[in-house]
Write a protein that binds this ligand. Structure first.
Ligand code: GCU
Length: 356
């Protein structure tokens, strides 16, 4: 399959030959994705954090929970949102996973808290609507501090991703976590958000996209029957994307980008794309195609990219090697224990590797 727009050519047609070129190409790609898909990513602002509650005997007594509040000092005023933090007991800096989730409580069917901390990972949980509401209201939460001035203004996915990065500003300031072991995970619309956040924020070394589908990990040009069409996502969820997206979503072949370019912005850091065989709406085959199409970015940096098969995987198959990995589990659209365990394994296998 030919993956277009071509990852390994600059917009002016010049070839991308090496790591230095790829870094420049990443800058170009982020700009294209901001202009035509997700809207601008607002610049960082000063952040402060405050612990509001500390629960020392959490998860069988093996972890400590901190309820915290993060305040972002924007030019237009202060914005505060909550974050739940779980840190396993024991000496030393911990690897950290940030999850952005659908519901306020971290004790959620999508988040096996105790299993995560028992595996030695610290966990930070953000409820996405604490950043801004999942609707067309751009006065909600952080949105009102970044006015919708033009058709590239930050849309909701950008704002949620920005919130993750501000949480990370605070978390890294605590000096409790390994800077080489920061992961972000999200499911579905929040998988799209995790990818976009990882594309922009180079402090995130591991990204897990779970069933993220259309405008997430699914390569739109290889759309499969039963998958979510671009025109549908643009109509039903216009507020996830910048206004300029509307002009390009009628037909994937005319898109000025595709999702392999999004994944490539995370290179040479690590991406795990999780699909579910019963989740045709997220188009698992197109999610695998994105991994294949993004792979040359890792090679440009001198690392291995996608190591799996080119042909679509069956149920409970995939390949966890390389810089960008793909796995298709059996079952439905869901973020489950198996998905978490796969991501933790993926991180663990790479954390002590000093390069890549
Ligand atoms: C809808 C939407 C998807 C999205 C999903 C979710 O199904 O069409 O694009 O991924 O919601 O976030 O749950």
């Amino acid at each position: 399959m030919v993956f277009v727009p071509e990852l390994m050519r600059f917009a002016d047609g010049a070839p991308v030959r090496n790591a230095e070129d790829m870094r420049k190409r990443r800058t170009e790609l982020l700009k294209i994705l901001q202009e035509y898909a997700y809207g601008e990513m607002p610049a960082a602002v000063p952040v402060t954090g405050r612990i509001t509650d500390k629960i020392t005997k959490c998860c069988s007594g093996d972890a400590v929970r901190y309820n915290t509040e993060i305040t972002c000092k924007t030019a237009n005023g202060d914005f505060t949102f909550p974050l739940s933090l779980f840190i396993p007991n024991g000496e030393g800096k911990k690897p950290l996973i940030i999850v952005i989730n659908f519901r306020p409580s971290p004790y959620d069917e999508y988040i096996p808290v105790e299993e995560i901390t028992d595996n030695g990972f610290a966990l930070a949980q953000i409820y996405y609507e604490d950043i801004t509401a999942d609707n067309e209201d751009f006065t909600s939460g952080i949105a009102k501090f970044f006015p919708q001035e033009n058709d590239r203004a930050p849309a909701k996915i950008s704002l949620w991703a920005w919130g993750i990065s501000r949480a990370l500003d605070y978390l890294l300031s605590l000096d409790l976590f390994r800077e080489d072991a920061v992961g972000v995970i999200g499911h579905s619309r929040l998988g799209k958000t995790a990818l976009w956040c990882g594309a922009n924020d180079e402090r995130i070394r591991f990204v897990c996209s779970n069933c993220s589908g259309c405008m997430g990990a699914a390569y739109a040009r290889s759309y499969h029957e039963g998958g979510e069409p671009l025109a549908s996502i643009a109509k039903v969820f216009p507020f996830w994307f910048c206004k300029a997206f509307q002009a390009h979503c009628a037909d994937a072949s005319g898109l000025p980008f595709d999702q392999h370019l999004l994944a490539a912005c995370i290179a040479p850091r690590f991406v795990l794309v999780n699909s579910a065989s019963g989740d045709l709406w997220a188009d698992p085959v197109s999610e695998q195609n994105t991994c294949i199409g993004a792979s040359p970015a890792w090679q440009a940096y001198g690392f291995t990219g996608y190591q799996g098969d080119p042909a679509p995987y069956g149920e409970n198959e995939g390949c966890l090697d390389g810089g960008i990995a793909y796995y298709k589990r059996s079952g439905i659209h869901y973020l489950g224990r198996k998905d978490w365990n796969r991501f933790m394994k993926f991180m663990r296998e790479r954390i002590d590797v000093s390069v890549q």
